[in-house]
Design a protein around this ligand. Structure first.
Ligand code: DOR
Ligand code: ZN
Length: 345
């Protein structure tokens, strides 16, 4: 197959950042996605309805002329989140809340220390039909970084899923066979997003032949057997797995640093790279489900109108991009050739 047309897709996990950065990140996503779940890990984090609505407005203002892109807003859960925060957020149009274990990733210091404390909030989310999005890693310093997702499943995720059978839960950016198996065997109210980098790469791509900071993200890339399990589950077209890029821009100097930031800025090429992966897997018939159907179906939102077309044609991702801040950023897969290209949308 040299050409594929799919219903317009959405990105179910995205970091836009804020301020001047929006002039770069919003058009990059809006070029092919109709909607995106916007992560709330700003400084300070988006913890209430008012902040979410103001942030949404800034995103809308950064859209290219004529774009009908729609940000889907989320709330950042902290130890101080109340039931009333959830009620107010739902009323304002916020559709989900994100659980970051404290210290798990970029700007998560304000996040949750004890999940049990949040049970009243989860009850209210169930009542309000808001989704719970989980960064599934433990953060205790004695737990090896490669084991943190698995330990989170055993210590926390299993319990949350068992205790809230009516709450729709998304296990975000899964990276292990353990997580893929857990979601696949789990109930209908449990789903997962998968990033392009976790389908394309494994930890050798991070560490062999020199450390590659632009492949560093969290949860960190795992061994090849885990990558293979993720590829396998999407190739089978499982309905509770869907597209979430976790596109997470950090300026070049903050990635190429003695303590480099976690995150891959994949918005420039994500839909093309997912297409390439499905093509490699001889599973292009499942691309549309993964990119355009499974997400809205799980979220209870309508599927998009319209379509996008990708053609099998080589192009090169730029080595770096100039940000509106004047600084450079290195996009994911920089300088490399991609075999699929967005033709029209
Ligand atoms: O690599 C990551 N970067 N993982 C996350 O969970 C957060 C993100 C960011 O915001 O930079
Ligand atoms: Zn993320």
């Amino acid at each position: 197959m040299n050409k594929i047309t799919i219903q317009t897709p959405d990105d179910w996990h995205l970091h836009f950042r804020d301020g001047l950065m929006l002039k770069e990140t919003v058009p990059a996503t809006a070029r092919c996605f109709k909607r995106a779940i916007v992560m709330p890990n700003l400084v300070p984090p988006v913890t209430n309805a008012k902040m979410a609505m103001e942030y949404s407005q800034r995103i809308l203002e950064a859209r290219p002329d004529g774009s009908d892109f729609e940000p889907l807003m989320t709330l950042y859960l902290t130890d101080k989140t109340t039931r009333q925060d959830i009620i107010d957020a739902k009323q304002a149009g916020v559709i989900a809340a994100k659980l970051y274990p404290a210290g798990a990733t970029t700007n998560s210091d304000a996040a949750v220390k004890g999940v049990m404390q949040l049970y009243p909030v989860f009850e209210e989310m169930t009542a309000q039909d808001m989704l719970l999005l989980i960064h599934g890693e433990v953060t205790e310093s004695h737990i090896d970084i490669f084991d943190r997702e698995k330990v989170f499943i055993d210590q926390q995720m299993t319990r949350i899923v068992d205790d809230f059978p009516q709450l729709r839960i998304v296990f975000e950016h899964i990276t292990t066979k353990d997580a893929a198996d857990f979601v696949e065997a789990g109930p209908e109210n449990l789903a997962a997003t998968i990033t392009p980098q976790h389908l394309m790469l494994n930890r050798n791509d991070l560490l062999v032949g020199g450390i590659r900071p632009h492949n560093y993200c969290l949860p960190v890339l795992k061994r090849q057997t885990h990558q293979a399990a993720l590829r396998d589950v999407v190739a089978r077209g499982h309905k509770r797995f869907f597209l979430g890029t976790d596109s997470a821009p950090h300026e070049k100097h903050l990635k190429e640093n003695s303590c480099g930031c976690a995150g891959c800025y994949s918005a420039w090429s994500a839909i093309e790279l997912y297409t390439q992966v499905f093509d490699e897997l001889n599973a292009l018939e499942h691309l549309e489900g993964f990119a355009s159907h499974n997400g809205p179906d799980f979220y209870g939102l309508p599927r998009n109108e319209g379509s996008i077309t990708l053609v099998k044609e080589d192009w090169q991702i730029p080595e770096q991009i100039k940000l509106p801040t004047g600084n450079d950023i290195v996009p994911f897969h920089a300088g490399q050739t991609v075999h699929w290209k967005l033709a029209s949308s």
